[in-house]
Design a protein around this ligand. Structure first.
Ligand code: NAD
Length: 480
């Protein structure tokens, strides 16, 4: 059951008006399969209205806000998010099936994105460029205009914070299409943004199906920048649709991220990262560490200790704050089970199993496989579930070749005390982020994030996102 929500979750927010949609969809609780609410099934016509409303905001008040004033709105919004952390946590936990502690961390991260971009935006400076005699040349950072944000179901709050937060900071007007499986916190965020003083139309929310509302937004000629997070196949379609309008796209598409454990690794320090980076959010994390590369001299030790950690993990409904909650929907559950059922050739090192007493949610066991060959399907494809493989290696060159040997390149980490090796591998690993003796560095709102290869392109988070959500104008003045 949903708690009392200060708006009607079946409505759309367009131009500052909460409007009845032309059609609705059922929203399901992944923990027990029950119906949570009806949400809007946004149409192309409604996306069109939202894009127009965003353009109207740009043609109106929103463009007159100074950087400091936009920063102040975002800072206030961050404060409101903090005041509503428990409410947002409840919504996200019900909607995504995310264990309470993990949902709360996302809500706090959303506040932190607002604080960070609120505080950063008036510190973003242009350049003056030495040029010919008689000229003064400088650059201006300007918003793209209307930005489209297509967000998946796995981390709605964090992804909205890092993309919509940065886009608003730079003075864009946003149309947000949350995932059909999880949109409550997106609507709540927009509701709080209104309270924080964001002008009508600067943030519009159109929930709906990807192939309908998402596709309409991706191909809309009134959109000047698109930010997409989700699957490779959909990302490619979004890029193609945006390409027809010659619109820049940021794509964040997931990965097969490795952690490399060398013979001198501090296993005590590494162990929680090795396991939790694979099992957080039931493995439904773009930066999940699904491959553990281990020097063969440490294989038995890592396998035993990770196995013990797996067996101690509890799987359950999100509101009981388990280690691992359900997957988002039946399709994802069936997809992950197909990977597990198709891996009967692999040795299972350990499992966290599903109790028969669990309600009718979308649960899967968490499973650790090893030793696994680097070219095995489970070591190559993004599973998006609580599944990890351990791959043994002998030499540094072999470890690098295995780590770089997938289509993806989002995150990688190295566990070694050897400083020279740390520096060498940080350069050799094909990855958007490299962590040394940690994994993820605590989520790091400040740290630019994004991939190479099929993990996508463009960077969000940190100052870098402010560049991504703006365009650079060069001004050359001749004064003699
Ligand atoms: P998806 O890529 O289909 O959906 C992500 C977002 O895109 C959603 O808002 C969806 O409504 C929208 N969308 C879908 N089709 C669209 C279209 N034609 N045009 C525009 N927007 C569209 O992802 P999914 O089906 O929810 O999940 C499937 C797989 O995607 C997962 O198993 C996982 O591998 C991957 N995934 C990755 C991430 C990530 O963070 N990298 C997040 C979610 C899913």
């Amino acid at each position: 059951m949903l708690p009392d929500i200060p708006f009607d979750p079946s409505q759309l927010l367009i131009g500052g008006q909460w409007r009845d949609p032309s059609d609705t969809l059922a929203l399901t609780n992944p923990s027990d399969g029950s119906d949570l609410a009806r949400i809007a099934k946004g149409t192309a016509a409604e996306v069109d209205l939202a894009v127009q409303a965003a353009q109207d905001a740009l043609d109106g008040d929103w463009s007159s806000f100074t950087a400091a004033e936009r920063g102040r709105v975002l800072t206030r919004l961050g404060q409101l998010v903090l005041e509503n952390v428990e409410f947002l946590t409840t919504l996200e936990s019900l909607d995504v099936g995310k264990p309470t502690t993990q949902a709360r961390a996302d809500a706090v991260a959303l506040a932190r994105y607002c604080e960070f971009y609120g505080g950063a935006v008036d510190k973003l400076l242009g350049q003056t460029i030495p040029y010919l005699n008689g000229y003064t040349v400088y650059t201006l950072r300007e918003p793209h205009g209307v930005t489209g944000h297509i967000v998946p179901w796995n981390y709605p709050m964090q992804i909205i914070g890092r993309s919509v937060g940065a886009a608003l900071a730079m003075g864009n007007a946003c149309v947000l299409k949350p995932a059909e499986d999880a949109c409550l916190t997106a609507l709540m965020f927009a509701y709080l943004a209104e309270q924080a003083g964001l002008p009508a139309g600067a943030l519009n929310v159109v929930p709906g199906l990807g192939r309908e509302a998402g596709a309409a937004l991706a191909g809309h000629p009134g959109v000047q920048h698109l930010s997409f997070t989700g699957s490779v196949a959909t990302g490619a379609m979004v890029q193609q649709a945006a390409g027809a309008n010659v619109v820049p796209v940021t794509l964040e598409l997931g990965g097969k991220s490795p952690q490399i454990v060398f013979e001198d690794a501090d296993l005590e320090a590494a162990l929680p990262f090795l396991v939790n980076a694979g099992l957080q959010n039931a493995g439904q994390t773009c930066s999940a560490s699904s491959r553990i590369l281990v020097h063969s001299s440490r294989f038995d030790e890592v396998a035993t200790r990770m196995g013990d950690a797996y067996r101690a993990k509890r799987i359950g409904p999100a509101n009981t704050d388990p280690d691992i909650g359900p997957l988002i929907n039946a399709t994802q559950r069936d997809r992950v089970m197909a990977f597990l059922d198709g891996a009967s050739d692999l040795p299972v090192l350990a499992e966290a199993s599903i109790s028969p007493d669990l309600p009718q949610g979308h649960y899967v066991p968490a499973r650790l496989f090893g030793p696994v060959k680097p070219d095995h399907r489970l070591a190559q494809q993004e599973i998006f579930g609580p599944v990890q493989v351990i791959i043994p290696f002998e030499t540094e060159d072999e470890a690098v070749a295995i780590a770089n040997g997938t289509d993806y390149g989002l995150v990688a980490s190295i566990w070694t005390k050897d400083g020279a090796r740390q520096m060498r591998l940080a350069k050799r690993l094909k990855s958007g982020q490299v962590f040394i003796n940690n994994y993820g560095a605590g989520g790091g709102v400040e740290l630019p994030f994004g991939g190479i290869g099929k993990s996508g392109h463009g960077r969000e988070k940190g100052f870098e996102a402010l560049y991504g959500f703006s365009t650079l104008k060069t001004v050359a003045a001749f004064h003699g």
